[in-house]
Ligand binder design. Structure first.
Ligand code: AP5
Length: 218
C-alpha cells in the first residue's frame, strides 16, 4: 500500500494515519512529526524549519523534499508507506513522482480529507499530543484513558505551539493557497479519493477502508 493523505490542518490526517498504519502494518511517515522532532533535537534542519512552522507557513520545498527522500531510504518502507502531510505543493508532488519512479513504484491513492473551518478550529483547540511517542488525542472527541497523560507511554500530554487560533487561521489560508491545487493535480491522474473528515473518527476510518478496498482505476 502506497498512499498519501492530503487535507487542511486538523482534519484528522494524523489520527487516521496512525490507525490505518496499525491496521495494515505499514509505516506512517508524517513530515510534520519528523520536522517537530528535528526542532526538538535542534538539528540544522530543525533550526531552519522552526520559524516557518511557528508562523504557520510551509517549510521550503527543498528542505522537506530532501528530508522525505532520506526517510524513504529506510528498510521499513519496502512493504509500503502512508505519507501524512506530504506532498503539500505541486513542486513536492512532482519531486515525489520522480523519487517513486526511480524506485519502480507509484502511489496507489491520494486521499483528500475535507471539513469546514469551524470544525477544524474546534478540533485543534482541543488537541493534545504526546511529546514522547507522538500519539494524538482530543480533550472531548478522543480523550486519553490516562487523563492528562499518554495512555500508551505515560508522558504528560502537551498542546502544539501552532494550535493557537491565529496560527491555525494562517495554516488554513496556506492550505487553500498552496496545497489545495494538489486535488486537481491528483484528480487528473485518477488517484484522488475524497473523504468527509467531519464524521466521527470510526466512521472516517470505515470509509477509508472502503475507499482503499477498491482498486484504483487504470
Ligand atoms: P503537520 O503536523 O502535518 O500539521 P497539519 O497538516 O497542519 O495537520 P495537523 O497535524 O494539524 O492535523 P491533522 O489533519 O493530522 O489532524 P489530527 O489527526 O491531529 O504540519 C505542521 C507544520 O509542519 C506545517 O504547518 C508546516 O510548517 C510543516 N510541514 C509539515 N509537512 C510539510 C510539507 N510537506 N511541506 C512543507 N511544510 C510542512 O486531528 C486534529 C484533532 O482532532 C485531534 O485532537 C484529534 O484527536 C481530533 N480528531 C481527529 N479526527 C476527528 C474526528 N473524525 N472527529 C472528532 N475529532 C477528531
Amino acid at each position: 500500500m502506497r498512499v498519501a493523505f492530503v487535507g487542511p490542518p486538523g482534519v484528522g490526517k494524523g489520527t487516521q494515519a496512525q490507525r490505518l498504519a496499525e491496521r495494515r502494518g505499514v509505516v506512517k511517515i508524517s513530515t510534520g512529526d519528523v520536522l517537530r522532532e528535528a526542532v526538538r533535537q535542534g538539528t540544522p534542519l530543525g533550526v531552519r524549519a522552526k520559524s516557518f512552522m511557528d508562523a504557520g507557513s510551509l517549510v521550503p520545498n527543498e528542505l522537506v523534499i530532501g528530508m522525505l527522500e532520506e526517510r524513504l531510504k529506510a528498510d521499513d518502507t519496502r512493504q509500503g508507506y502512508l505519507l501524512d502531510g506530504f506532498p503539500r505543493t505541486i513542486a513536492q508532488a512532482e519531486a515525489l513522482g520522480t523519487m517513486l519512479e526511480a524506485r519502480g513504484e507509484a502511489l496507489d491513492r491520494v486521499i483528500a480529507f475535507e471539513a469546514d473551518p469551524e470544525v477544524i478550529v474546534d478540533r485543534l483547540s482541543g488537541r493534545r499530543g504526546c511529546p514522547r511517542c507522538g500519539k494524538v488525542y482530543h480533550l472531548r472527541f478522543d480523550p486519553s484513558n490516562a487523563g492528562t497523560r499518554c495512555e500508551a507511554c505515560g508522558a504528560e500530554l502537551v498542546q502544539r505551539d501552532d494550535d493557537r487560533e491565529a496560527t491555525v487561521r494562517r495554516r488554513l489560508a496556506v492550505y487553500q493557497e498552496e496545497t489545495a491545487p494538489l486535488l486537481t493535480y491528483y484528480r487528473k491522474r485518477g488517484l484522488l479519493a475524497r473523504i468527509d473528515g467531519s464524521a466521527p473518527i470510526d466512521d472516517v476510518a470505515a470509509r477509508l477502508d472502503e475507499v482503499l478496498s477498491v482498486p484504483r482505476p487504470v
